[in-house]
Write a protein that binds this ligand. Sequence first.
Ligand SMILES: [Zn+2]
Length: 452
Amino acid sequence: MNRPFAAALAAALLCSPAPLWAQDAAAPAPVAAPVPTPPVGWQPHELTTPPEEIAAAALAAAPVWDGHNDVPIQLRGRFHNLINSFDFTDTTHAGNDGKGTGDHVFGPSMHTDLARLARGHVGAQFWSVYVSAEQTEPEAVRATLEQIDVLKRLVARYPNRMKLVQSADDVQATMAEGRVASLMGMEGGHSIGSSLGTLRQMYALGVRYMTLTHTRNNPWADSATDKAEHDGLTDFGKDVVREMNRIGMLVDLSHVSEATMLDALDVAKVPVIFSHSGARSVNPHVRNVPDNVLDRLKANGGIVMAITLPAFVSEARRQWGARLAGEEARLKTLSNEDKAQVDAGLEEWKRSNPEPVVTIGEVADHIEHIARRIGVEHIGIGGDYDGMPKGPEGMEDVSGYPELFIELARRGFSQGELELIASRNMMRVLRAAEDYAHAHSADPPIEYPVPD
Ligand SMILES: [Zn+2]
C-alpha cells in the first residue's frame, strides 16, 4: 500500500462512515487523531527518473484498461454491421460505406485498430454497445443486441489478438497473454427498455456496465444534457441500480445529470464508475463531474475514467463548439436551410475562427484535479475514441496513451500511481462489484410485472 493511499484510507476511515470498499479493512484503533483538512489528496513526487522511463515501466506492468471505445457503432455506421471482410488490423482507411451518413462516422479513418491499440499499450477495453437514444425503447433493445453480436463477431475474428472476457480474473489473465481483454459496456438505460428482465439478460450476454442514460432522459433517469424531468432517478431507477449491484453489473454515471449521480451514489452498495468523463472544475461542461460528486465518489470508492473528447476537456473548445452551432443556426435561417450555402458559410466561418487546439496537458489537468481533490485511487482512463471527430493534439487516436502517461510522470505521478490510473483502480472496482454480487447471490431478484 503506497503512502497516499494509506493516508487517504486512514482519513476516510476516521471521517466515518467508512467507504464501502474499505469496510472489510481492519478498523483502526479509536484514537483521537486530528481529521486532516482539506481532505488528503495527491501531491506530486520529486522526479528522479526520466518521465519516459516511468511511464514505460508503468504501462509494461499495468497496461491501459480503457473505459469507453465506440468501435461497435463505427461498424454499424460505416458498414451496417457487415464485417466479414473488415480489416481491424488497420482502420486508417476504413471508409464509410460510401454513404457517409452513419451514426458517429466522422471521416475516412477510425481511431482504433489492433496496431494502434498495441502502440497505445491498451490491455483491456470496455467496448461500448451504444445505440442512439433517439429511437423507441424496443428499437433500442434490438439494436443493442445487434451491437453485442457485432462486437462478439469482431473479437472472434482475431482470436490471437483479442478475447471476450466477463470477469476481473479473465481480464488479468488475458492481459498477461498480451491479448486485448474485451468487455462490453451498454451506453444508456434505453438499452434495457425499462425492463429488469432485459437488464439481467444483458448481463447474461456479457455486458458488465450500463451507463444510466445517454444524452437524453429515459423513463427512469435524467441525463446531464436534457431538461430535468425526474429530479434524478425515479423509484424504478433506484431499483435498476440495486439490481445492477445485486447481479454484478457496474453502474456508470457518465452522461447522467448531477441529481442522477447523487441518487445513484445514495443507492449504490459498490463503487460506481464514470466510464468517460472529465472534471467540471477544469471545464464546466454539464457532462463533467462536479467537485461535490467527486467527494461523494471518494467515500463510494469509485473512479472517474478520464475522457479525451476535446469539447469535454477544453473550455475554449467547448465555447468554440457553441459559437459554431450558433453560426450554423444563423446560416440555416438566412439560407432557408440550403445545405450547400450552410456548408460554404461554415467553411468560411472556420477560416476566420479556427478550432482551438486541445492538448495532452489539458487532458492531464483533469486527472491532476481529480487526484488532488480525492486521490489517485479514483482515476482511470476512458478515452471515448471513435465516439468523437478527433482526439487532442498528440492523442488523436488510441496509440496516444503513452504520451499522456509521460505527461503525468513529468507532473510527478509515480510509477505505482500511474499503474493505478492505467488499470489497477478499474480492476479493484470490478472485483468489488463481483464480490458484492457473489455475497448476495442468494438475494431474490427484484421483480416487476410485465405489461399486459
Ligand atoms: Zn458517451
